[in-house]
Design a protein around this ligand. Sequence first.
Ligand SMILES: *[C@@H]1O[C@H](CO)[C@@H](O)[C@H](O)[C@H]1NC(C)=O
Ligand SMILES: *[C@@H]1O[C@H](CO)[C@@H](O)[C@H](O)[C@H]1NC(C)=O
Length: 393
Amino acid sequence: MLRCVLLFLLFLHLPSITTTAASPTTTTFNIVDFGAKADGKTDSAHPLLTAWSRACASRGSGTVIVPHGTFLLSKALLLGPCNNHNMLVDIQGTVVAPASYTRALAWIMLKFVDGVKITGGKLDGFGQALWRCKLAGKSCPVGATSLAVAGSRNVWINGLSSMNSELFHISIYQSSGVRVTGARITAPMDSPNTDGIHIQESSFVTVFGAAVGTGDDCISVGPGGSHIWIEHIKCGPGHGISIGSLGWEASEHGVWNVTARDVEFTGTLNGFRIKSWAKPSNGFARDIVFEDGLMNNVKYPIIIDQNYCPAQNNCPSQTSGVKISNVKFRNVNGTSATQVAVKLDCSKRWPCVGIHLEDVRLRYNGNGRTVATCNNVHGGSAGVVAPPSCISS
Ligand SMILES: *[C@@H]1O[C@H](CO)[C@@H](O)[C@H](O)[C@H]1NC(C)=O
Ligand SMILES: *[C@@H]1O[C@H](CO)[C@@H](O)[C@H](O)[C@H]1NC(C)=O
């Protein structure tokens, strides 16, 4: 039955295919036409949702336009599922959250979509009220990720600026084929948990050409991240590029095939890092390449920390079950803010194996030389390695 209908439709369309060059039609929906106002005060959540669902329902490609000006999105917005696999959300203006904080998981969530491109735009999450609550040590909501991509495929976020998120700026979860290019992400260095881009349970994710300065990780890859490519990034302030935290759950998916290259870190806490909780887990991290890194006054430029147990909560005197193998740190230069420029602190129960340092030139920003410290690390080194490698074969 379905096949008959499809054949019939095909037949109907044949003449137009033969007479004109295939030019797919695009239907455009401007949120202003659905009642949005560029005054930063009128809630534009409903107009945006309406424009989105009309675009999803249109034949050919569907475009949603958020024009110049400032638009308030006062509540969490769920975009998806969407039947249109050729969607464009063209944000020309600024989208702002309300000054008080939300209790949702995400402020803007793309969920169950396939084939969506978001271009341009500024998102201001107005996280200040929530950070103040957290910094005062009160009991506060976790906060909302500004832009979350979940359960989706083929999503391209190009040229987005995101500032002052309550929690992570961009998170990618249970998705594949996601590209983030030309992102600019900023939040103050003392804003809690404002990670730039977090990738988890996702594969084939590319982050290219981002500038990220926040109060937490610049880009992080959590459990279940695979085939991840991170390139041409500027980080700082913040906590650097991180794989982890891994091993919080006793049973979790591993991380594999991750490359982070051409990264310049300025004044960050870490450079290239892998960290796991000091507690039992079946997690792992393998086939990781960190290369072409430039460190400017970074506290821990190269670090594997398998004894992560802040505040000695839930894990004192335990060892990490996470297995770390085949990790390369290659062509990493610059300055360290501490003497321990290379810190490889692996699990006693599961030593790190296949750890390689190659062409590493790290100088101490004070008096004296940098040093490398190793615990339970096996692998090798090649080229110039300063500080001298402490890895055992
Ligand atoms: C690793 O991931 C990249 C994408 O980041 C992919 O192109 C490559 O084929 C993957 N390699 C393996 C061995 O799976
Ligand atoms: C590190 O320094 C070496 C030697 O000066 C140079 O060849 C290489 O390109 C530098 N790499 C980076 C990432 O700056």
